[in-house]
Design a protein around this ligand. Structure first.
Ligand code: UDP
Ligand code: G50
Length: 443
């Protein structure tokens, strides 16, 4: 069976957070290209405004996609002992997973398979197994993180214990329990789709394919690099206009993704570091985990003194920016980032060296991918976000090192060329999807 002669109907079940939703929607566009019919399961209430807006823009752009709204039973964050609203949403979906059964079985035409977010695996597999529905995972992190995940609670010798998401060191946390349960359920899935590609993560992908890490691991399909959709373009033009007037490779772009809030103290040190580096910079500031809660203006967050110092050196914004377009600008020569996986792949596509400053979760492991490839720096000595205040002077020095490092630029240039070729031909993704469809007929 191929998608063109079988007309597959695929359900997509993302969890929450832009870092999980975006790759789902980018994958959805490839599946539509393969003439698949799609059902997108959206969980309500949606956590952030960015997700709500993206889902509604996406569904208007692809009216052929069926939306199924899923409303799980709300959880009390205090009783669940989860402070992060995105993680709370993962747990909420997990505990109500049984309610997905009628929603899935009423799909018409009947579903061919479902693609489930890794955070939901063990709770959803029991539902889909009863319905005899093939289930694939979209793993929204790196292949290196997948190699840890696949054999957890063991740790592959290639991964230092200090790089593990700090939350996994607490064996009593619900996160760790879920991570372990999800890992244990892997062998019941039909395959793992991942936004990575051979040249970016050769070693990890080979290790996963070799079967040496874990017995019974389903096939891994490296479909990356995922391409952004036209509809992701947004109309905040100020950053792009500003970048047009800057010299080639002169600007540092600073972003910690969609769900990392820094303390005000650390934000101000970072600001001082940027000024001290003497480089021009474009900086996206976030002071709250969820966008809806952002109340303070830049003046309040940065303080008047820092705002004055910044005036002639950089542009600071607080809104959602079109990161793909920003990275496409000639003026951008370096990227300071927490190393969320989507953002790492986007940096790879544009060959922009990264100063990796992991804050939580899988980010240290992702930053190690960059460091091992010679594409950037991984600031282990800066600790994990909240437990350490990094001073501006030190940040400034590292930025100078990043912007002056020609070797990293050359290493990245090669990868970005490969990434561009793969995207142009749609090669990686198309061939892998064909293999995936073939594997379905065998299962
Ligand atoms: N992103 C963006 N504009 C922003 C913030 C984030 O386009 O202002 C995109 C970014 O390009 C990436 C995704 O949102 O595709 C964030 O996912 P990632 O895994 O990198 O980090 P997370 O936000 O989940 O920590
Ligand atoms: C987000 C996050 C922490 C974190 C990860 C995130 C991953 C993804 C894999 O995406 O590593 C994953 C997480 C949880 C789980 C299964 C798989 O139960 O904030 O570690």
């Amino acid at each position: 069976m191929s998608s063109s002669d079988g007309n597959l109907h695929v359900a997509l079940l993302p969890s929450s957070g832009m870092g999980h939703l975006l790759p789902y929607l980018r994958l959805a566009a490839s599946l539509i290209h393969h003439q698949c019919s799609l059902t997108l399961i959206t969980t309500h209430p949606i956590v952030s405004s960015a997700e709500s807006q993206l889902i509604s823009t996406f569904l208007s752009a692809f009216p052929q996609i069926t939306q199924k709204k899923f409303t799980p039973i709300p959880l009390d964050p205090v009783a669940a002992n989860i402070t992060d609203p995105f993680q709370l949403q993962w747990e909420t979906i997990r505990q109500s997973a049984h309610l997905l059964s009628p929603l899935i079985s009423s799909s018409s035409p009947p579903l061919s398979f479902i693609i489930t977010d890794a955070t939901l695996m063990s709770s959803v597999i029991s539902v889909t197994a009863k319905l005899c529905l093939p289930n694939y995972i979209l793993f929204t992190s790196s292949a290196r993180m997948l190699s840890l995940f696949s054999c957890f609670p063991s740790i592959p010798s290639s991964i230092p214990k200090e790089s593990l998401p700090p939350i996994l060191l607490d064996s009593n946390s619900s996160f760790t329990k879920n991570f372990s349960d999800n890992s244990g359920s892997l062998k019941h899935f039909n395959g793992v789709l991942i936004n990575s590609f051979e040249e970016l993560e050769k070693e990890s992908l080979e290790m996963l394919a070799s079967g040496n890490l874990t017995k019974g691991l389903p096939p891994v399909f490296p479909l990356g690099p995922f391409q952004p959709l036209e509809l992701e373009r947004i109309s905040l033009l100020a950053p792009l206009k500003w970048l047009e007037n800057q010299e080639e490779s002169s600007v540092v772009y600073v972003s910690f993704g969609s769900r990392t809030a820094m303390s005000k103290e650390q934000i101000r040190e970072l600001g001082n570091g940027l000024v001290l580096s003497g480089c021009k910079f474009l900086w996206v500031v976030k002071s709250k985990v969820v966008d809806k809660e952002e109340e303070e203006g830049l003046d309040e967050i940065l303080g008047h003194q820092l705002m004055k110092k910044i005036e002639n050196n950089g542009l600071v914004v607080k809104e959602w920016v079109d990161q793909w377009q920003i990275l496409s600008q000639k003026a951008v020569g370096g990227f300071i980032s927490h190393c969320g996986w989507n953002l790492v792949v986007e940096a790879a596509c544009h060959g922009i060296p990264v100063l990796g400053w992991p804050q939580q979760g899988d980010q240290m492991i992702n930053a190690e991918v960059i460091e091992a490839g010679g594409w950037g720096l991984c600031m282990k000595s800066w600790g994990w976000g909240s437990n350490h205040l990094v001073k501006g002077v030190e940040i400034g020095d590292k930025i100078k090192e990043l912007m002056g490092n020609q070797r990293m630029k050359m290493e990245w240039a090669r990868i970005s060329e490969v990434a561009k070729q793969r995207s142009k031909a749609g090669e990686g993704c198309e061939n892998m999807l064909k293999t995936l469809f073939q594997s379905l007929t065998k299962s």
